[in-house]
Structures are given as C-alpha cells and as structure tokens.
Write a protein that binds this ligand. Structure first.
Ligand code: SME
Length: 162
C-alpha cells in the first residue's frame, strides 16, 4: 500500500517538489483515469493545508464539464464552458487564481464556505480534457507558487492517465 509521507509545509517550493514526487509514486503503473483522479484528489486534500474541496471536472462534450472524483462537500455536477471559474479556465485554456470568489463574476458557489479558488486545466496534446479545482475557506489562500505546483501535478496526472 502507498504510504503518504509527511511534508514540511513551510517552504512551498520544497513542498511541491515532494508533493509531485509523491503523486508520481502514487500513480506509477496505473492508467485508469477515474482511479488516478480519485487518488490525486485524496493526496491534495490530505497534504495541502486549508482546503475545503479538491477534485476534478472532465469535459464530456465540447461545451460542458461534468463532476469527477473529489474530496469535500457534494458539488454541482455540470458546468457549462464559459461559466464559473472552472468553465472560464476551460474557455481561456489557462489556470485561474481567484483571491476572493465573491469578486469573481459568475462564480458558482458549491460550498458557501469557499473564499478563494484555484482552477488548473488538464491539457493533453493541445486539447483540454478538464480541470483540477481547489477551494479554500481562507481568502487569498492560493498564490503563483500554488498555481505552478498544481500545474505540475496536473501534468503528472495527465501523463500517467492518457
Ligand atoms: N466554484 C466553481 C464550481 C465548482 S465547486 O467550487 C466545487 C466554479 O465557479 O466554477
């Protein structure tokens, strides 16, 4: 069984170096997308401080995201491309860091406790497959280091699963 090791959270660069290493080990030898998304969600939720939601939405058609594996409270199932933070990240093809969800026009509140959010697209051969979505009850919980770290995790997930 895979053992998650404790990671020192004080140094973010070192934190994400170790987290990417752990994810690589966790997904090694497994190509099932659902299993890998479930374990990626669980690892992020367990290791990253101050999250209330961590999970995946997958593009099931050209215009709609559908809820995938996650940790946290029950969430909205379908998000149109262009709507909310997740749908906007897909439309723009780039990560979106939201310091204050109340200031983001069209933010979809799945959990009223959420105050800040980070959404990172999953890209494979130039195509967007879905997103990783992280929510926090702390305002401005995520910064550029978190964005870079989660983009690295997204790349590891895609390389292992597709
Ligand atoms: N807040 C997201 C919706 C998904 S939940 O946060 C899990 C959005 O605005 O797209």
């Amino acid at each position: 069984m895979f053992q998650t090791a404790r990671i020192d959270k004080a140094d973010k660069t070192e934190f994400y170096r170790q987290l990417t290493q752990q994810l690589t080990g966790l997904l090694h030898g497994e190509r099932d997308v659902i299993a890998n998304a479930a374990n990626t969600s669980a690892l992020m939720f367990e290791m990253m401080p101050d999250l209330n939601w961590a999970g995946f939405y997958f593009l099931k058609s050209t215009d709609e995201l559908v809820l995938g594996p996650f940790q946290g409270r029950t969430a909205c199932v379908r998000i149109a491309v262009g709507r909310g933070v997740c749908g906007t990240a897909v439309e723009k093809g780039q990560s979106i860091l939201v310091e204050d969800v109340h200031a983001f026009p069209g933010h979809i509140a799945c959990d009223a406790a959420s105050r800040s959010e980070l959404v990172v697209p999953l890209s494979h051969k130039g195509e967007i497959l879905g997103v990783i979505d992280l929510d926090s009850p702390i305002p401005s919980r995520f910064d550029a280091d978190d964005q870079a770290g989660i983009e690295a995790l997204a790349d590891i997930f895609v390389a292992a699963s597709y």
